[in-house]
Design a protein around this ligand. Structure first.
Ligand SMILES: Cc1cc2nc3c(=O)[nH]c(=O)nc-3n(C[C@H](O)[C@H](O)[C@H](O)COP(=O)(O)OP(=O)(O)OC[C@H]3O[C@@H](n4cnc5c(N)ncnc54)[C@H](O)[C@@H]3O)c2cc1C
Length: 396
């Protein structure tokens, strides 16, 4: 090998930047589709105490890639979902219950701790060390070259890749380096996240109380145990977070109308900012955006990561279909096809969740009336209710 050749950075079919659930899932899916993958992921930072409700095809995705075996034992099944109008407004919506059996499914999905999800995905990465090379460093810069983009990392290493997947979250440096702008908007809300035990069984049902300040959602997370995502005005979350465990447990029980009996917090608490954003484009050149590098939505109806796994599955399909056609892998073509394929699902879900959140916050009576009418329809009209359930599971 000549000296000039040995100076060339190592080349990969794909470089995935980001070690959150989106990046880990993307690296696994692309590795399993036959690509040689570089995963640029720093060592995990703060613990994430959230849980993720994996709906519809998300569990199938994890099972197909051999990840589900490590999660099944710690996952809580979700059979029913209840929406309760706790707005106390003039146009009060009825309570609506969704049951997975109505759409021919045993379950809507499973709720898992984010820590367990990331650990299972990380194990999957380690098991694929013949196809996935992990660089424990931060992405720094991107240079375009004819056969591949060059990525420079905080460790001083460089690598080149035919396709670059930005999975580096809401402040994505790869997205910026690719020159893709984001449209973003804010809400006056924050989320308080914690887990708690309760006196009464949840019967595999989640319950989402819709208040004037956002949803307050309890999701099964073990035997007589649930996780809570409480969205409220920032000042309310700040005040509640200042209470001791006993006082906060009592306040949560009061807001839940004691539906699950006496509550006792049994995890640390975390506050999460709530915002919405969407990248103006999903791809540029060899770069494709997945997960929160591409879209961010408030945690309503458990849509965020389920939307992400659909991003990843579409990428995998595109790579697999180019291999079946016998064509050499072309990162620019793959990124372009990906952007076309994902556009409408992402716009639809970002817009839908934004409207749902705003319909709770608004004081505008016609919008409140429309929201209440929609929920009356969901309760009383079977085909509409089933349509909503399928939409929530990601049907396009
Ligand atoms: C309160 C709350 C509850 C939620 N509940 C649900 C739910 O029930 N169901 C659901 O589907 N979704 C849910 N979501 C959404 C879901 O949690 C997110 O969509 C998901 O965690 C985002 O994953 P990600 O990998 O895209 O981003 P992140 O988790 O932000 O990961 C980005 C990664 O990129 C890394 N990174 C950043 N910069 C660089 C760099 N320069 N180089 C290399 N790496 C870098 C970071 O270290 C990080 O590891 C919820 C969200 C919130 C806020």
């Amino acid at each position: 090998m000549s000296e000039a050749q040995s100076d060339e950075p190592p080349h990969f079919d794909a470089a995935v930047v980001g070690g959150g659930p989106a990046g880990l899932a993307a690296a696994i899916a692309l590795g399993d589709a036959g690509l040689r993958v570089a995963l640029v992921a720093p060592a995990p930072g703060v613990d994430d105490w959230r849980t993720t409700a994996l709906l519809g095809g998300s569990v199938d995705f994890l099972a197909r890639h051999g990840i589900w075996d490590g999660l099944a034992a710690v996952a809580a099944p979700l059979r029913r979902m209840r929406l309760v109008d706790a707005t106390g407004r003039l146009f009060r919506a009825p309570d609506v219950a969704f049951d997975a059996r109505e759409i021919g499914r045993e379950l809507f999905g499973y709720n898992v701790a984010n820590g367990a999800l990331v650990a299972a995905l990380s194990k999957g990465i380690a098991q694929r060390d013949n196809r996935i090379v992990r660089f424990e460093a931060l992405f720094q810069t991107l240079d375009h070259r004819g056969t591949g983009d060059i990525l420079r990392l905080s460790s001083g290493e460089t690598l080149s890749a035919a396709l670059v997947i930005a999975a580096d979250g809401r402040k994505s440096g790869v997205r910026q380096a690719a020159g893709i702008d984001v449209k973003s908007w804010s809400y006056p809300q924050e989320a308080l996240v914690l887990s708690l035990t309760h006196g009464e069984p949840h019967r595999d049902a989640s319950v989402e109380f819709h208040t004037k300040a956002g949803p307050f959602t309890l999701v099964p997370h073990g035997e007589r145990r649930s996780s809570l995502v409480w969205m409220d005005r920032r000042e309310v979350i700040e005040h509640m977070n200042g209470l001791d465990d006993a006082a906060l447990s009592a306040e949560i029980e009061r807001r839940a109308g004691s539906v699950l009996g006496k509550m006792t917090i049994d995890s640390p608490r975390q506050r999460w900012p709530i915002s919405g954003f969407q990248a103006q484009r999903l791809a540029a050149g060899r770069v494709a955006l997945v997960g929160e590098a591409a879209h961010g939505i408030p945690p309503i109806g458990a849509q965020g990561f389920n939307l992400t796994l659909r991003d990843v599955e579409v990428l995998r399909e595109i790579v697999a279909s180019s291999a079946e056609d016998g064509r050499a892998f072309d990162g620019v073509v793959a990124a372009k096809r990906y952007a076309q394929a994902r556009r409408f699902d992402i716009i639809g879900h970002v817009t839908g969740v934004d409207l749902l959140n705003r319909s709770l916050l608004t004081g505008f009576l016609p919008v409140q009336a429309a929201r209440a009418a929609g929920l009356w329809l969901a309760r009383d009209v079977g085909p509409f209710r089933r349509f909503l359930m399928r939409l929530g599971l990601g049907a396009r």
